[in-house]
Design a protein around this ligand. Sequence first.
Ligand code: GLU
Length: 298
Amino acid sequence: MSDPSYRGRFAPSPTGLLHAGSLSTAVGSYLEARGRGGQWLLRMEDLDPPREVPGAAADILRTLEAFGFEWDGEVVYQSRRHHLYRAALEQLIASGRAYACCCTRKEIAALARRGPDGYVYPGTCRDGCPDGREGRAWRLRVDEGESVLRDRLQGEYGQNLARDIGDFVLLRADGFWAYQLAVVVDDAEQGVTDIVRGADLLVSTPRQLAVYGALGREAPGYCHLPVLTNAAGEKLSKQTLAPAIGVDDAARRLRGALARLGHAPPAECGDLAELWRWAIANWSLSRVPRGPLLAELD
Ligand code: GLU
C-alpha cells in the first residue's frame, strides 16, 4: 500500500542507550514508513536533563546509522524547541484549558486514588490555587466521558481521562516541559501523520488526543508495537537494566528484531542492505504480533 504522504518518526529519549526494545520500535516504525514510500523523521526527546545520560543522544544516532536507518531531514532536538511548547501553553491558558497548580507530589499522594498510570489528580487547583499558594506547574483541564481510539495494531483502547488520569501536567513544577505536551506540539508541527511506537505508551495516547483537541490540531493515526520483555516479564528498559545494543553484529541483531516482529528474513539475505531491502518489500502489519514479546538477550 503506497502512501507518499505518510510521515512517521522515531523519538528516542537519551535517558539511556538503545536496547533491543527500542531497536524493535525503531525497526517497526521505519518499516511502516518505508514500506509505503513515506518519510521517516528522527527526533531526540531531550527535555529532561536530570534523567539524561551524557553522550547518549550521540550514541543513539551512531547506533541507528550503523544499523542502516536513513532518516529524512535533520534530527530535531526538543531541547531547542522550548519556544514552541511555550506558545502552545500560552494558547491553552488563553482558551481556559490550562490552569496553574500548586500541589506537591506528597499532597496529591495523600488525597488521590491510583489509576492506570499513577495517581489520578484530584482537581485541587481546578478553580484556582488555595489562598496564599502560587501555582508552579500547569495542567490541562480534561473533559468528562470516555475517549476511545482505534489503534492499528492493538485495536480499540478506551480511557475515561477524568476518572483514570485527571487533569495532567503540561509544564512541570521544576520548570521542565511534560512529555505529553511536547510530543503533541512536535508531531503536529512536524506534520507527522502516523505514530508507531511501543505499546507501553498506549496509556498516554488519550492524554495526547486531548492535547490535540485542546490545541485545535488534527490527531495522527496510532500503531502501538509489542514491547519486549525479559524472562521475568518486565519491559526492557533502562530501569530493568536492558543491555545496550552493540553495532559489531548489526545484521544478526536486525535479523532477530525482524523475526520477533513476524518477519523472519530468508537465509539468503546476508548483509544489512539485503535485509532492509527484503524487509521494506515484505513488511505487513498483519504479520506483527500484538505482544508482549520475550527477547532473548545476548
Ligand atoms: N521519547 C519517548 C520514549 O523514548 C517516546 C515518545 C513517543 O514515541 O511518543 O519513550
